[in-house]
Write a protein that binds this ligand. Structure first.
Ligand SMILES: Cc1ncc(COP(=O)(O)O)c(C=O)c1O
Length: 362
């Protein structure tokens, strides 16, 4: 917030060149990559659109595991640009398995891309086998695209060692800056696909982004400067903490929230092996209305989200990413426990806090 109070500068000035270079360098650390990274002025969805519209040509086959609302949107984006989305339907609360993708890829023969939402924010599911999926893409000479919007910076996702061709995240999630910027990384193989594509988008033309960056250290269009300032600061904070420590903090905080919820008798929505370390999806306890629960938690000073799509009304979701520590975890457990008590459930907030404490220390 302080970073955003700086005076605005001309985005065609040497001052901006320095800022842009600084953000890009730090973003490469976040992505653990030597690949090109660009910052787009748009929300995360714009980044997803950029990944698709630059690479996908009419008729291209794209394998899309659909495990919730956000992966359904990826499939929609593929179709919007003339691609053939080969959807793999996954039961809500589960993640796609590499074998399922392998089978479809072998059956389809020529595929252009495997597009994976690696943390499905609508169901609280993390896809654990992204590296294996990347190998399948490689075997089929296809690209692998990762929508890592709600996980990059909160959990291990090394772009170079897992050979991820395109990866997108957004400023407002695990990086903990305000919303308004999308970050995208592109491998050489992704560039080859882009160069082969006869159709170029306008606002999201990544070739133009590359030319402007390499020739002038600028963006083709006006960047959202205040958010650039904030992202620069937020990425410095990521570096100061260090990725490993940051991942560990996310693991501990989510594990504390999961165990406290279970202690209070709340069921976790995803299957245990697929639980996300950044978004906690909980089943609304029987006999309680989802709106009443969220309302009572809100009265305790904490905001939690409702379910999306088919899970509306039956699931609530707790964001456990970015600025999350003992303080946020304990405040949330207190709020949830007090809300449940108010709504007539017998829970021991003290016991929940004590199991959370164990997880935070482990
Ligand atoms: C996995 C995933 N993909 C895409 C999006 C869309 O991002 P935005 O709302 O920034 O456009 C979100 C937002 O929550 C998300 O979690």
């Amino acid at each position: 917030m302080d970073a955003m109070r700086k005076p605005l500068i001309d985005h065609r000035s040497p001052e901006f060149h320095g800022l842009y270079q600084s953000v890009i360098e730090k973003a490469k650390y976040l992505f653990q990559t030597k690949n090109d990274v660009f910052i787009l002025t748009c929300s995360g969805t714009g980044g997803v659109e950029a990944a698709i519209c630059n690479t996908i040509q009419s008729g291209d086959k794209v394998i899309v595991p659909v495990l919730g609302v956000f992966s359904q949107r990826v499939s929609h984006a593929v179709k919007a640009y003339g691609g053939q989305s080969i959807e793999i339907r996954v039961e809500l609360g589960k993640a796609p398995l590499p074998e399922q993708i392998q089978e479809v890829a072998d059956r389809e023969g020529t595929i252009k891309m495997i597009a994976v939402v690696c943390n499905e924010t609508s169901t609280g599911v993390k896809v654990p086998d992204l590296a294996k999926m990347s190998k399948i893409a490689e075997e089929h000479d296809a690209l692998i695209f990762a929508d890592a919007i709600s996980i990059l910076g909160g959990d291990e996702l090394p772009i170079d060692s897992w050979n991820i061709d395109l990866c997108v995240t957004a400023s407002q999630k695990c990086v903990a800056a305000p919303p308004g910027l999308a970050l995208i990384s592109l491998s050489e193989k992704a560039w080859e696909a882009i160069r082969r594509n006869p159709r170029r988008p306008h606002y999201f033309d990544l070739v133009k982004y590359e030319e402007y960056l390499s020739e002038r250290s600028e963006t083709p269009f006006t960047p959202s400067l205040p958010i650039f300032y904030a992202l620069d600061e937020a990425l410095s904070m990521v570096q100061e903490e260090g990725l490993e420590k940051r991942f560990e903090r996310h693991r501990r905080c989510s594990s504390a929230l999961y165990s406290a919820a279970e202690e209070m008798g709340i069921q976790i929505f995803p299957e245990e092996r697929f639980r996300s370390p950044t978004i906690i999806a909980l089943k609304v306890p029987e006999g309680i209305e989802d709106k009443a629960l969220r309302g009572a938690v809100w009265e305790e000073g904490v905001i939690i989200a409702g379910g999306m799509g088919k899970l509306r009304g039956s699931v609530v979701r707790i964001g456990s990413m970015g600025v999350v520590s003992r303080r946020e975890v304990e405040t949330t457990i207190n709020a949830l426990g007090n809300a449940l008590t108010k709504l007539g459930k017998q829970v021991s907030v003290e016991k929940a806090l004590s199991v959370a404490e164990r997880a935070l220390r482990s």
